[in-house]
Design a protein. Structure first.
Length: 311
């Protein structure tokens, strides 16, 4: 064996480590779907099969039939009317005779074929291409093409203009409500997180500029709130409840994102902080001055005309 040539000729193959195969195999790729495929070793056909719907088939190759565990080999592809055949020929040995009506195409190079390898041959190319893989091989998923013959890519639907109505659920968390009510009492506790719902209506003048009738959606705006805070205090067997109710305006900052699953329906998620502040509406001494963190997830429906990707 002229092993000194291997560093040069192996440049035409790609070797990948993917575990050690227990037996030699040949994967034939991109043959005619449902067509006959074969593997020949020297002058003998050693395996026969049928290509699947993707044009792929994996056939065994047993080097022990020629009392070898490795060989230096040339590889050819016979292209016949209904058959694709991979011919692996040990250096210095005779190849299978080319049948009438077939065309033999050479894979450039001399390959070090071993029992741990999977030989992957693309028989559709001219000249054919070959990967020499250590271990098993999983081919990549086929590329999907669009009507223009170009590779398909995922394009998000454009955000629509016009009126969009939305609604969703929100998880809220006050910064200081429990601490303010409890003070330094060691046995005091409270239920801080709460769940609420929300609705919105936005008229988008442009794709990135809108007027929201309930709040300014996005980076900043204002909120109008009605809040009732109740604190119960128990001394011995007597329980007293203090209640503070406020109404007012505060700032709102946050951000969100929306994805239009169809031209008419979309989903959105929003996070933000709202200022809650005011005096007791019942004339009591209570005051609330706090901020609320919220996470809002919901859905929207577009009421305007259908939006096209080019509009």
């Amino acid at each position: 064996m002229q092993k000194s040539w291997r560093p040069l000729v192996m440049a035409v193959a790609v070797s990948m480590v993917a575990g050690v195969a227990s037996a030699q195999s040949v994967m034939i790729r991109k043959a005619p779907a449902g067509g006959k495929v074969e593997v020949a070793l020297n002058s003998t056909v050693v395996a026969t099969g049928t290509a699947n719907a993707d044009g792929d088939a994996t056939l065994p190759l047993d080097l022990s039939t020629i009392s070898k565990t490795e060989i230096d080999a040339n590889v050819h592809v016979d292209v016949c009317d209904k058959t694709r055949r991979v011919v692996i020929v040990e250096k210095g040995r005779a190849a299978l005779l080319l049948p009438d009506g077939c065309d033999r195409r050479d894979v450039a190079g001399l390959f070090w074929v071993r029992t741990v390898n999977t030989i992957v041959v693309d028989v559709s190319a001219a000249p054919p291409s070959l990967l020499l893989i250590r271990g098993s091989y999983t081919p990549p998923k086929p590329v999907e093409l669009n009507d223009a013959g170009e590779e398909k890519t995922h394009n998000w639907r454009p955000s629509p203009t016009g009126l969009a109505l939305g609604g969703g659920g929100s998880l809220n968390n006050y910064f200081n409500a429990v601490d303010d009510a409890c003070g330094n009492a060691s046995t005091c506790s409270g239920n801080n997180p709460s769940i609420s719902g929300g609705v919105s209506g936005t008229y988008w003048i442009k794709r990135f500029v809108g007027i929201d009738p309930s709040r300014f959606y996005g980076l900043g705006g204002a909120n109008y709130h009605t809040v009732t805070s109740a604190t119960s205090e128990t001394l011995d067997s007597a329980t007293q409840t203090f209640q503070t109710k406020i109404k007012g305006f505060g700032y709102l900052v946050g951000g969100g994102t929306e994805v239009w699953v169809t031209p008419k329906y979309g989903v959105y998620a929003e996070v933000g902080i709202a200022r809650i502040k005011g005096n007791d509406q019942n004339g009591g001494p209570g005051v609330i001055d706090d901020t609320v963190r919220y996470i809002l997830i919901g859905a929207r429906v577009h009421l305007g005309p259908k939006v096209s990707a080019g509009s």
